[in-house]
Design a protein around this ligand. Structure first.
Ligand SMILES: Nc1ncnc2c1ncn2[C@@H]1O[C@H](COP(=O)(O)OP(=O)(O)OP(=O)(O)O)[C@@H](O)[C@H]1O
Ligand SMILES: [Mg+2]
Length: 197
C-alpha cells in the first residue's frame, strides 16, 4: 500500500494516473476511484463501495451497510490481484472502508530537470530555456520547489515579458510567502486574467 501525500496541485492525481496506466496490465482487475470525497459527500460511502465492488467483480451486489461493504471488498481483494487507486482519500475513514486498515504514507518526490522543462514549456513555449533567462528560470524553479501548477501559472504569466520585467516580478515574488502556494497560484492566475500576455 502506497500513500501519496502533499499540498493541492503538487501532482498527486497525475502521478496516480501515470502509475495506473503503467501498471494496470499486470493486474487481474483494476479500479481508479476518482473524486472520492465528492462521491462520498453526494452519494455516500456505500455507493462508493458498490462502485469499487462492481469494477472488480463486474457485478452489482447488494450492500446495506458500510461494514458489509468492507467485508465484501475484503473477500474479493484476497482472491484477486487487484490494483486499487483511491484519489482524494482525505479521511482515514475512507481508506478504512475501502482498503482495510493498512495505511502508511510516503512522501512523493519531484525531479528538478523535469520541473525546469515544464516551466520552460509555459514561459517560452519550448522545452529549452532561453539562454539569457537561464539564471532567473533557475531561481523560479528553486523558489517554487518544483510545484507543477505554480510553475505552469507563473510560466504563463512571464511568457513574452522582457528581462527587466522578469527581474522586477521575481523581486516581487520574493515577498509572497511560498508556504502558501495557493495564494501564489491565485495571485498569478488573477494577474494573468487582468493583464493577458
Ligand atoms: N509532472 C507533471 N508534469 C506536468 N504537469 C503536471 C505534473 N504533475 C502535475 N501536473 C499538472 O499540475 C496540475 C495539478 O496536478 P494534480 O491535479 O495531479 O494535483 P493534485 O496533487 O492531485 O491536486 P489536488 O490535491 O488539488 O487534487 C494539473 O494541471 C496537472 O496536469
Ligand atoms: Mg488530485
Amino acid at each position: 500500500m502506497i500513500g501519496i501525500c502533499g499540498i493541492s496541485g503538487i501532482g498527486k492525481t497525475t502521478i496516480a494516473k501515470a502509475i495506473y496506466n503503467r501498471l494496470y496490465a499486470h493486474f487481474d482487475v483494476c479500479s481508479f476511484c476518482e473524486n472520492v470525497k465528492e462521491v462520498i459527500e453526494k452519494h455516500g460511502m456505500i455507493q462508493l463501495q458498490k462502485q469499487v465492488i462492481e469494477d472488480i467483480t463486474k457485478e452489482d451486489l447488494k450492500v446495506s451497510s458500510v461494514g458489509e461493504g468492507s467485508n465484501v471488498l475484503k473477500r474479493i481483494m484476497i482472491s484477486k490481484k487487484v490494483l486499487l487507486i483511491i484519489d482524494e482519500a482525505d479521511e482515514l475513514d475512507y481508506l478504512e472502508a475501502l482498503a482495510g486498515s493498512h495505511s502508511w504514507f510516503g512522501p512523493g518526490s519531484l525531479i528538478e530537470d523535469e520541473a525546469m522543462e515544464l516551466f520552460s514549456l509555459y514561459a517560452f513555449k519550448q522545452k529549452q530555456l532561453k539562454e539569457e533567462f537561464k539564471g532567473l528560470s533557475d531561481q523560479v524553479v528553486r523558489y517554487m520547489k518544483g510545484h507543477p501548477l505554480a510553475l505552469k501559472v507563473l510560466g504563463c504569466f512571464l511568457f513574452g515579458k522582457s528581462l527587466s520585467e522578469w527581474k522586477s516580478e521575481l523581486s516581487r515574488l520574493g515577498r509572497i510567502p511560498i508556504d502558501d502556494v495557493q495564494v501564489l497560484i491565485s495571485h498569478y492566475s488573477l494577474n494573468k486574467k487582468r493583464n493577458p500576455a
